[in-house]
Design a binder for this molecule. Structure first.
Ligand SMILES: Cc1ncc(COP(=O)(O)O)c(C=O)c1O
Length: 395
């Protein structure tokens, strides 16, 4: 099976691991990729095997060679003790929280998190008797002042996937560890290639595989990796829900994984080129791109990250709603839609002012988030340039 190779891959570079991890052609009649294993029932050859579950796989919800391929590869890539794979990124957030909280707990969640994450805390966790305090993402070691005797989790997202604050993970993780508090990170923006969460002290790290791992906007998936201390609780919680993804989606994620490093480096190159160009435009007041100095926490990004993906935001000079619509509605290459990390460029306007509680978000004009795809950047610039011209001409 796939893990036969795991030890021999340990010392290889990530790019090599991405190509070789999680597949064993000799187990698949020589075919290069682990195929899609579909199924609920696994047949046991004897009563003894059935009673003692003496088979590598026992039932569809407990995994298959397809899911095991992705789990072992991801665990290796993350430097984790183990990984569970769930149907969406939001399910990954939910299963990680549920592995670590109980009724009566208090949790600390960054004010910058993906909005449906807040909804999970404010509804499901609240109903379970878990109280959430949202904290200023740039708080660093100051988080200690917010900790209560019943604080069980600190949730981080760095950078915040709309507003791009970079969190001081080592400082927060050190405080958490000293107080036996579980740290959970949404690492979707960087992926394990650009940020090694567990090496920086994070207990559980999650990835919306829907974004860069897929890379093709054609699947939903979530992955949670955990260190030795937290993997047993994570696995038990996952088992209790049987929250398993469909095998086709896992197969597509494995396919995406093979080219993840190439695509991510290209996203970095393209994203930076667009961010730098946008920072020269008079319509743009500020570019929130972790690799540019105007981004809050840029120095921390330089210290801790290995790269930047292709998602960033800009703050525009004040303009009318009609002018913004004229710009966005007429774009020919940028799509407007709520995801990112695919091969195609996207843009959305956003406004988190109405729901943030620990930080004020009140830029003077509209804010746009860009996911830069694989098109030629000169074509992308021309598309936006025409958009800015429409904006200028619209009252
Ligand atoms: C930062 C972040 N985390 C998690 C998710 C959730 O992923 P999914 O759409 O697969 O539920 C998203 C989706 O946009 C996201 O942006």
């Amino acid at each position: 099976m796939a893990d036969k190779k795991a030890n021999s891959l340990k010392n290889l570079k990530s790019r090599t691991k991405l190509v070789h991890a999680g597949r064993a052609p000799s187990d698949q009649y020589g075919f290069v990729n682990t195929p899609i294993y579909r199924g609920s029932t696994v047949l046991f050859p004897s009563l003894d095997a059935l009673m003692h579950r003496r088979m590598p796989f026992t039932y569809g919800t407990q995994g298959s060679p397809t899911t095991q391929s992705l789990e072992t590869a991801w665990t290796d890539l993350c430097g984790a003790a183990g990984t569970v794979i769930v149907p969406t990124g939001l399910a990954a957030i939910a299963v990680a929280f549920l592995a670590a909280v109980k009724a009566g707990d208090h949790i600390l969640v960054s004010d910058s998190v993906y909005r449906p994450n807040r909804n999970f805390c404010d509804t499901i966790l609240k109903r379970m008797g878990v109280e959430t305090t949202y904290y200023e993402p740039l708080i660093g070691a100051g988080i200690e002042a917010l900790i209560r005797p019943n604080t069980s989790v600190i949730f981080l997202e760095t950078p915040g996937s709309q507003t791009f604050e970079i969190q001081d993970i080592p400082a927060i993780a050190a405080v958490a560890r000293a107080k036996n508090i579980c740290t959970i990170l949404d690492n979707t923006w960087a992926t394990p290639l650009f940020f090694q969460a567990h090496a920086f002290g994070i207990d559980m790290s999650l990835e919306a595989g829907t974004k860069y791992l897929s890379g093709h906007s054609d699947l939903l998936l979530g992955l949670v990796s955990a260190n030795e201390s937290w993997y047993p609780a994570l696995q038990a919680t996952y088992d209790a829900f049987a929250m398993c993804p469909g095998p086709e989606d896992v197969f597509l994620a494995l396919r995406g994984m093979r080219s993840l490093e190439l695509r991510l480096h290209e996203a970095q190159r393209q994203g930076l080129a667009m961010a730098e160009w946008l920072s020269t435009r008079k319509e743009v007041i500020q570019v929130l791109h972790p690799a540019l100095p105007a981004c809050p926490g840029h120095e921390i990004w330089k210290r801790d990250f290995r790269g930047a993906s292709g998602l960033f935001s800009v703050l525009l000079a004040p303009c009318s709603q009609n002018a913004l619509a004229a710009m966005l509605d007429g774009l020919e290459l940028f799509g407007m839609g709520y995801s990112w990390g695919g091969f195609e460029s996207l843009v959305i306007p956003f406004d988190c002012g109405s729901y943030r509680t620990a930080t004020a978000w009140a830029p003077p004009g509209p804010a746009l988030r860009f996911s830069i795809g694989l098109e030629d950047v000169e074509d992308l610039k021309a598309d936006l340039e025409a958009g800015f011209e429409r904006m200028r001409l619209t009252p």
